[in-house]
Design a protein around this ligand. Structure first.
Ligand code: ZN
Length: 72
């Protein structure tokens, strides 16, 4: 299996600012502060982390195991 992609571009749903972030491989990131408007982003219902909700690439556990494999 290919190694997961670790860089994801997060787009703020409030102001539209996009920022490339490197994802941790061993943990899900639940909060993310937008660097432009400083809104605190949280995952949408059903998503495990902010990368799955707002990123161009889902988080590494999801890439490897699919939507059901992340975060227990
Ligand atoms: Zn923002």
């Amino acid at each position: 299996m290919d190694a997961p992609q670790l860089e994801s571009v997060l787009t703020c749903p409030l102001c539209g600012h996009a920022e490339a972030e490197t994802m941790p491989t061993d943990a899900c990131q639940w909060y993310y502060e937008c660097k432009a408007c400083h809104a605190l982003l949280k995952p949408k219902p059903g998503d495990c982390c902010v990368f799955c909700s707002y990123g161009t690439v889902p988080c590494p556990p999801v890439q490897l195991a699919g939507r059901h494999g992340c975060c227990g």
